[in-house]
Each structure stands twice: as structure tokens, then as C-alpha cells.
Design a protein around this ligand. Structure first.
Ligand code: LCS
Length: 400
């Protein structure tokens, strides 16, 4: 389908059709896997024109491949962005975007609750190369206002945050940052929501980051990342950040799998959200549960913002038990259906302990400052029958 045909069509239609790469004369329904490292030029002049950009066309898979192009077009259409690229991991997306946006002497202002490796890259990686980094709690907008500097070139946050499900007001932060400096880019990691539940660019942000390993692919069999934003920024990410700085390229086969996952994104998200709401309400009533963090609960301190900013509340829940660390571990170890593994957004329900796993890059003091309790347990609610997930959790709770 041409771009023109796609205008005005709905999310489900776009997630299935945008970016399909046809081969006239063969006309496959599914885009084939272009498993090639390089592309053949007709002659030296054509090769030269491709490198100068005077002629569009493929050169080498690190610079682009029909399978990754397809993903980029799809995500851009769903996020309401001008363009997007697919890269080799979520961390590849974070690093490619930051190496593109920042230079030595620049300042990065970020929220203090971040996926553990993003936190580590910002605080221990970028700082090695002369980038100043400040982490503050963005749920208090005064912290954003008070920490912007003349050299702040990038503002970065997740919403909801990993793992403590805090929300950041995307339009309020974008307004504050752009009033301070219209050139400063606002980056939102939209991994927990996907464009199905939240479109940060429509709310005023400049760039969206994804770990496509999670819900976008949805089947737990690929590591990938994506970046969506203006054509100018995405082109710079592609031709500099990705090509020259990170080389975090996504293979054609992985791109094919993510495109396959994309086709069912909205129906998967609907069930993740439905299951998560039932489980969050169930856990909240349980006498052995101290606190449940889920944006869909009225008890969530930012529930009103969640209703305003998100179309539904997502599949991630964190909670604390009214018990010792040993008993919490016993609870997790006793589960059978809920699988003890990091990652999220898969068909399987996954459970993990952030302080010793995904967020072990934070020191004990840093966890405390970022409001990530040692006792927090995180569940990525899967697509199983919700009664079976609850029965498994109940079994674990009955043992402690
Ligand atoms: N951004 C967020 C919000 C993430 O949760 C992750 C990975 C990344 C970026 C990095 O993506 P990756 O390179 O792994 O594709 N989060 C993980 C997690 O919570 N458990 O395992 C990985």
C-alpha cells in the first residue's frame, strides 16, 4: 500500500500493513527476509551516487536493509513520527540516540528511575566522554525546571519507569524544556507502553526510544531496539550514530520477526492490560502484600495522570510483600507458571527482583534515592489465563 492509501487508517491496519516490501512479479504476502550484507551496484557511478545520497537505494545492511526499513516505517506511522530506525538492541537505541545528540561539554538531564543499563550508560559511560549528567525525580516538575542548564542538550525519561512504575508528565516536561531551549531534545523511552498505549511525540516529546525486545516483538525471541523522531534526527542517527558510532545493527531475520510480532501488537496489549488490572487489584487486597504499584489502581499516586496520558495502564506491576527478604525469595522461587526471568512484554508471565537483577547497576544508596525499594518484586503480566496466573501467585503467597 502506498503512503497515500494509508492516510487516515487506524492503528490495527497500520500495524499490519505499513512498510510492506513488495517484489513485483512475485507478490509475497509477507515481506521476505533480505538476508544479505551488501547490495550490488549497476556501475561505479551508481555506487558513488548512493554514497553521496544523490540516489536513494540500498548500499550495505549496516546502513539499511528492506526488513529494517519496513520496521522503521511501521513504528513511525504508529508513533506519529516523521521517521524511525531499527537497531540491534534497546541499549543500541539509547546509545545510538545519545551519541548522535550529545558532545563533550553538553549536559544530559534525566529522570532518576531508569532501566539499570541505561542508568549505567548515563552515569558511568557518557560521563567518561565529557558529558555532564544530572539525575533527578521528574515526577516533581520543579526538579526539571531547576536543573536545566544553558548546555542541556538532551532530557531523557521513561514513563512508566522501570521498575517502580512512576509516571512522568510528558507534555508538561516537554513544554518546560522547549520553553527553556527549543533546540533541546526530549527523549521518552516508551518501552512499557508501546505506541498502542501512549504516543509521546503527539504529547510534545521529540524522540521515542524502544527496547523492541519487549512488547513490540512480544514473543521473547529477539533482542532489538528502535528510535523514532524527526526525519533530520533519525537520518543523523542512521548515518552517524548507528553507522559510525555504535554499529548496533539489527539483522534482517530479527527485523522480520519483529514485523511479525507487530501485526498483533494491539490485541496483545489489550490482554496484557486486562490481565494486569485484575492481578493488581487481587494483589492489592491480599493481606500478605504491603503495596502494589500499578498506574491503573486508584491508589497509584499518579493515577489521574495515567488516565490522561495513557490509553490503558500496561502489563507491568511491581509490589512489595509484608515479609522478610528470605520469605520474598521463597515466594518467587516457589512459582511455577510465573517464570523467574528478566525481560518483559512476552506472552509468558515473567517475575524478577530488580534490586539484584535488572537494577543491580545501582548502588544501595542510588536505589534508595531513586525510590526503588530492595523489597520490590516486578511482574511482566503475560497472556495466559488470568485465573492460572493468580492461582500460581496464591500458591506462592500461601507458603510464606
Ligand atoms: N529501556 C527499557 C525501559 C528497558 O526495560 C530495557 C531493557 C532497555 C531499554 C534496553 O533494552 P535491550 O537492550 O535489553 O533490548 N529492560 C530489561 C528488563 O527490564 N529486563 O531485562 C531487560
Amino acid at each position: 500500500m502506498s503512503e497515500h492509501d494509508m492516510k487516515g487508517q487506524g492503528f490495527s491496519t497500520k500495524q499490519i500493513h505499513v512498510g510492506h516490501f513488495d517484489i513485483p512479479g512475485i507478490n509475497p504476502l509477507a515481506t521476505p527476509i533480505f538476508q544479505t550484507s551488501t547490495f550490488v551496484f549497476d556501475d561505479t557511478e551508481q555506487g558513488a551516487r548512493r554514497f553521496t545520497g544523490d540516489e536513494t537505494g540500498y548500499i550495505y545492511t549496516r546502513l539499511g536493509n528492506p526488513n529494517t526499513t519496513q520496521l522503521g516505517e511501521k513504528l513511525a506511522a504508529l508513533e506519529g513520527a516523521e521517521a524511525a530506525i531499527a537497531v540491534g538492541s534497546g541499549m543500541g537505541a539509547v546509545t545510538t540516540a545519545m551519541w548522535t545528540a550529545l558532545r563533550a561539554g553538553d549536559h544530559l538531564l534525566a529522570d532518576d528511575s531508569l532501566y539499570g543499563c541505561t542508568f549505567s550508560y548515563f552515569t558511568h559511560g557518557l560521563t567518561r566522554f565529557g558529558v555532564e549528567v544530572t539525575l533527578v525525580d521528574f515526577s516533581n516538575l520543579e526538579n526539571v525546571k531547576n536543573n536545566l542548564r544553558p548546555n542541556t542538550k538532551a532530557v531523557y525519561f521513561e514513563s512508566p519507569t522501570n521498575p517502580n512504575l512512576k509516571l512522568v508528565d510528558i507534555s508538561a516536561v516537554s513544554n518546560i524544556v522547549h520553553a527553556h531551549n527549543p533546540e533541546c531534545l526530549v527523549f521518552v523511552d516508551n518501552t512499557f507502553c508501546t505506541p498502542c498505549l501512549q504516543q509521546p511525540i503527539k504529547l510534545g516529546a521529540d524522540v521515542v526510544i524502544h527496547s523492541a525486545t519487549k512488547y513490540l516483538n512480544g514473543h521473547g525471541d529477539v533482542i532489538a531496539g528502535m528510535i523514532a523522531g524527526s526525519s533530520a534526527f533519525i537520518s543523523e542517527c542512521n548515518l552517524f550514530g548507528l553507522k559510525d558510532m555504535t554499529g548496533a545493527v539489527l539483522g534482517p531475520f530479527e527485523a522480520f520477526l519483529i514485523n511479525r510480532g507487530f501485526k498483533t501488537l494491539d490485541i496483545r496489549m489489550e490482554k496484557h492490560c486486562k490481565n494486569a488490572m485484575i492481578i493488581a487489584e487481587h494483589l492489592e487486597k491480599h493481606p500478605k502484600v504491603k503495596r502494589v504499584l500499578y498506574p491503573g489502581l486508584e491508589s497509584h499516586p499518579q493515577h489521574e495522570l495515567a488516565k490522561r496520558q495513557m490509553q490503558d495502564f500496561g502489563g507491568m506491576i511491581s509490589f512489595e510483600l509484608n515479609t522478610t527478604r528470605e520469605e520474598s525469595a521463597k515466594f518467587i522461587n516457589s512459582l511455577r507458571l510465573c517464570t523467574l526471568a528478566v525481560s518483559l512484554g512476552d506472552a509468558e508471565t515473567l517475575i524478577e527482583h530488580p534490586a539484584t537483577m535488572t537494577h543491580s547497576t545501582y548502588t544501595a544508596e542510588e536505589l534508595l534515592k531513586a525510590n526503588i525499594p530492595q523489597s520490590l518484586i516486578r511482574i511482566s503480566v503475560g497472556l495466559e489465563d488470568v485465573d492460572d496466573i493468580i492461582a500460581d501467585l496464591e500458591y506462592g503467597l500461601s507458603l510464606i
